[in-house]
Ligand binder design. Sequence first.
Ligand code: PHE
Length: 449
Amino acid sequence: MENNTRGFTSNIGAILAAAGGAVGLGNIWRFPYMLGQNGGGAFLLVYVFFVILIGVPLMMTEFIIGRRAQSNVVGAYKKLSHGNKGWITLGVFAIVGAFLIYAFYSVVAGWTLNYIVMASGGKLAGQTPEAITALFKNFTQGSFWPLLYQGLFLALTGAVIVMGVQKGIEKVSKILMPVLFILLLLMCVRSLTLGAGAKEGLSFLLKPDFSKLNGSCILSALGQSFFSLSIGMGAMVTYGSYIRKEDKLFNTSLWIAGCDSLVAILAGIVIFPAVFAFGMNPASGPELVYIVLPNVFNSMPAGTLFAVIFFVLLGIAALTSTISLLEILVAFEVEELHWKRSTASLVSTLVVFIIGAFCTLSFGPLKESTIFGKTIFELFDLITASYLMPIGALFMTIFLGWCFPKVEVKDELSNGGTLKVKAFEAYYFVLRFLAPAALLIIIISGIVG
Ligand code: PHE
């Protein structure tokens, strides 16, 4: 009974909410520039391979932990480990990670709001490439406007979370995710009908050239698959605790990972044909979306309209992800600290705003304040995506694979024995051996550099 009032009301609600958490800036902003810098099609193939082989099993693992415990990430490790302090620390580790990701993620999320405003006000139209670069630099290097947009984005996310799991997260995801898909398809059609260069862009994305593949590409693909699927920070543990007992965790994970990869590929189909058609550089890095694309929009008919559509799309993708980030924190504060949902949302949002302000200002006033040669923003991105997420995921696999009864894992995955889980042994093998090994390699190679 508790399950019905606690979580999502339907399987499709769960899939859309969790897919919303997974689909984000990681797919539309990070994936294309990683692919652009790592040789194109071959990167895509390796990425999809890792999503299927390791990403899906790890997502299932988070769902198993969350749904078994019916609890937030700290409570989940506490319950399932019967109060073992070490494992509770792993839950706290996830909370800290979620705070840090939310802090830097909300910077780029705030930028999307500014770009929606600029694009719809016609500010990007008719500008020279130099002027577009200057617009980006002037905006991001300032203080007031980027902080304001970051604050607005955080407030928007907080408003959804205050409304609760069913009326907030589930309802908003059910509306926004279909909108996101429609806008994305619209953009694909636009990009693919741009003529000669479009074909070249498409083959850059889809035709693997394995000579371009090296160790660092493979590692980037592996890291990108974790970031994109939101693995290792308790997001999927929290959402897993809201999935109904009768839903199939394997199928649910497949749908979410499928949506996530599809959006990444579609984002590539939007971006690369357009970039090639207008002779821009596909390997231009994090600025690809904010500097290269506005130039592309300027060179196409009805560019202003498509610029608005694109940045709205990016904003929606970011919002459903920030919702999942804030829910990790709020679920913990409500269940473990017994705060009211509204208090928890407000306090977490304020704390993230304070930490996040340092990330925003690290593009401007705090640019020179670097640690190990990195700005605060770069440091948060690096620490979370390259260390905290894989470390969190590694210990999670050790917990469920080595310190938790196999029969219980099987029981949760098979909904109390009512489902036949044919591939259980394969999953269990990945959980115990393959995933921890892959995670160890990522962590060590990150440290060695
Ligand atoms: N998966 C999200 C994205 O691709 C990022 C994210 C990571 C969200 C970790 C929540 C937790 O944008």
